[in-house]
Design a protein around this ligand. Structure first.
Ligand SMILES: Cc1cc2nc3c(=O)[nH]c(=O)nc-3n(C[C@H](O)[C@H](O)[C@H](O)COP(=O)(O)OP(=O)(O)OC[C@H]3O[C@@H](n4cnc5c(N)ncnc54)[C@H](O)[C@@H]3O)c2cc1C
Length: 452
C-alpha cells in the first residue's frame, strides 16, 4: 500500500520537456507513484470579446507535436502522459479524488487565470501538499531579491541583472516513478481534438527533441556571429535564432539556451552579436517579471498607466488589418506571413502593431488578442507586454512607438522582395468604405460637393 503523500500528480503546463525541469525532478525524487497530466482547456477555443480565440491553428499543430513527443520521452522512462480535454481545476480535482493523490506539483505560472486556478485547487484541497517551482525564466525569484521592486524600464532592469549569472539548467531525471493505473488510452484521440491543420511546410516542428536539435544546429553555424546585424531583417531562417516557439511552450528551456550561448562564447569568443542574443533573452525575462508584477494590468486598455489611449474599435479597419488588406503593402505582407505561417519577425510585429494603433486608431488589445490566436510562439507576457510598449501604455519611457511605414519600407524592403513574396503587389485596399457603425459611406453627390 502506497501512502497517499507518495502519490503525486505532476501537472505539465508551459514546461513540456524533461531537460531542465526542476519541478518534474522535484516530483520524481519524492513520489512512489506519479501521474503526469496535461489539460487542454476548452476555454482556449472559445471566441473572446475581440472575436479571436486563444489557440489558433498554427499553435494547435505545434502543441499536438509537442505533446506526442513528450509522451514518447515519458514512455522511455516507464511513464505516460495523460492528456485530458477539460477545465483544469475540475480535471485535476477528479484525478485527486479518484487516485487518492497526496501532492500536486507544477511549474510556476505568471498568468492571472493560471494563478487563480492554482489558488482554487489549494482552497479545495487544504489537506494536500502543493508545490510550484520556477522553470520558465532565466533567474529564480531569490536571485531577484536585490531588485526591491520591478524597475520601471527595461534598461534599469537589464543593468541590475547583467552582473548576476542566470541559474544553471537542472539535470533531466534519470528515472521516473511508475504511473498510477490511469488506463492505457493513447493520447492520439485527445490530440486529434486539436483539429490539426496541414502545415507540413512549416520549419517549426514541435517537441523537445526538435527544440534541442534546433538549439544545437543554430550554435553549430555562423549565424550567432552576425545576429545583431541581421535581427531586424524581415525574413530569412538565419536572420534571428527562431527559438521562440519552443521557448513559448517550454519544450526548450531558456536556461538551456543561455548555457549553450555561454559555451558558444567560450569556444568561439564573445562579440556584440552574441551579447545581443543574451540582451533579447533579458527582454523576455523582463516581460515575464513585468507580467507577474502587473497581473491583470497586462490586459487593461490603459495598460499600466493612468490614461486611456485615444483609440477605439473600427470593425472594418480591424478586419482589413487582420486579413492584410490595408493601404500599406508592407503591413499586408507582414499579416500574410503571420496568417500563413504563424511566425513574424520582430520588426514585422512592431510595424504591424504600430500600424494598427497609430495609422488605424484601433484599440491595441484587439491586435494583441489577434496575435495571441495567430502566433505559433505566443507567450502571454511577451505578447501583451510588447503590445503595451508599442501602444504607449506600457514600459516604454518614450511613451510608445510610431513607425513611419514608408521609411521602414525603404529601409527593410527597398527591392520589394518581401512584399512580393507574401502578397499580390498590384492589389489596392482603400480604407473606410463603411462608417464606424458599419454603414456604407455613399460617394458624395454633385450637389453636396458644389453647395447651394
Ligand atoms: C507586438 C509584438 C508581439 C510579440 N509577441 C511575442 C510573443 O507572443 N511571443 C514571443 O516569444 N515573442 C513575442 N514578441 C517578441 C519578438 O518579436 C519574438 O520573440 C521574436 O521575433 C521571435 O523570434 P526569434 O526567436 O528568432 O527571436 P530572436 O530575435 O532570436 O530572440 C531570441 C529570443 O529572445 C526573446 N525575445 C526576443 N525579442 C523579444 C522581445 N521584444 N520581447 C520578449 N522576448 C523577446 C524570445 O524568446 C526569442 O526567441 C513580440 C514582439 C512584438 C513587437
Amino acid at each position: 500500500m502506497i501512502a497517499p503523500a507518495k502519490r503525486v500528480l505532476f501537472w505539465f503546463t508551459r514546461d513540456l520537456r524533461l531537460h531542465d525541469n526542476a519541478a518534474l525532478l522535484w516530483a520524481a525524487q519524492r513520489a512512489e507513484r506519479l501521474i503526469c497530466v496535461y489539460c487542454i482547456d476548452p476555454a482556449w477555443f472559445r471566441l473572446n470579446n475581440f472575436g479571436s480565440s486563444r489557440l489558433g491553428r498554427h499553435r494547435r499543430r505545434f502543441l499536438a507535436e509537442t505533446l506526442g513527443s513528450l509522451d514518447k520521452s515519458l514512455q522511455a522512462l516507464g511513464q505516460q502522459l495523460l492528456v485530458v480535454r477539460g477545465a483544469p481545476c475540475a480535471t485535476i480535482t477528479k484525478l485527486i479524488d479518484r487516485y487518492g493523490i497526496g501532492a500536486v506539483v507544477r511549474s510556476q505560472h505568471n498568468g492571472v487565470y493560471e494563478s487563480r486556478q492554482w489558488q482554487i485547487l489549494q482552497q479545495k484541497h487544504p489537506a494536500l501538499a502543493f508545490k510550484e517551482l520556477p522553470t520558465y525564466t532565466l533567474f529564480n525569484p531569490e536571485q531577484l531579491s536585490t531588485l526591491h521592486r520591478l524597475p520601471a524600464t527595461f534598461t534599469a532592469f537589464r543593468k541590475q541583472l547583467e552582473p548576476i549569472a542566470p541559474s544553471q539548467p537542472a539535470d533531466p531525471p534519470g528515472h521516473l516513478p511508475p504511473p498510477l493505473p490511469v488506463g492505457t488510452a493513447s493520447i492520439d484521440a485527445a490530440i486529434e481534438g486539436l483539429q490539426i491543420c496541414d502545415c507540413a511546410q512549416s520549419p517549426f516542428k514541435g517537441g523537445e527533441a526538435r527544440g534541442l536539435q534546433h538549439l544545437q544546429s543554430y550554435f553549430a553555424g555562423a549565424s550567432p556571429q552576425t545576429y545583431k546585424q541581421t535581427r531586424d531583417q524581415l525574413q530569412g531562417w538565419e536572420q534571428s535564432t527562431k527559438f521562440s516557439p519552443w521557448l513559448a511552450d517550454g519544450s526548450l528551456s531558456v536556461r538551456q539556451v543561455s548555457a549553450e550561448l555561454q559555451r558558444y562564447e567560450t569556444r568561439h569568443g564573445a562579440n556584440e552579436s552574441t551579447y545581443w542574443i543574451y540582451f533579447e533573452l533579458l527582454w523576455r525575462e523582463y516581460f515575464q517579471w513585468y507580467a507577474q508584477h502587473h497581473g491583470s494590468g497586462l490586459f487593461r486598455s490603459r495598460g499600466i498607466g493612468r490614461r486611456k489611449p485615444l483609440t477605439t474599435f473600427y470593425p472594418q479597419r480591424f478586419k482589413q488589418w487582420c486579413k492584410g488588406q490595408t493601404p500599406w503593402p508592407l503591413i499586408n505582407a507582414c499579416m500574410a506571413q503571420l496568417n500563413q505561417t504563424g511566425y513574424l519577425s520582430n520588426r514585422g510585429r512592431q510595424l504591424a502593431a504600430s500600424c494598427l494603433v497609430n495609422e488605424l486608431s484601433v484599440d491595441w488589445r484587439c491586435g494583441a488578442a489577434y496575435f495571441e490566436q495567430q502566433l505559433i510562439d505566443y507567450d502571454m507576457a511577451a505578447n501583451w507586454g510588447n503590445w503595451q510598449y508599442i501602444a504607449g501604455v506600457g514600459a516604454d519611457p518614450r511613451g510608445g512607438r510610431h513607425f513611419n511605414i514608408d521609411k521602414q519600407t525603404r529601409l527593410y524592403d527597398a527591392d520589394g522582395a518581401f512584399v512580393e513574396r507574401w502578397t499580390t503587389p498590384a492589389a489596392s485596399y482603400p480604407l473606410d468604405s463603411v462608417d464606424a457603425a458599419d454603414w456604407p459611406i455613399a460617394p458624395p453627390s454633385p450637389e453636396s460637393e458644389t453647395g447651394p
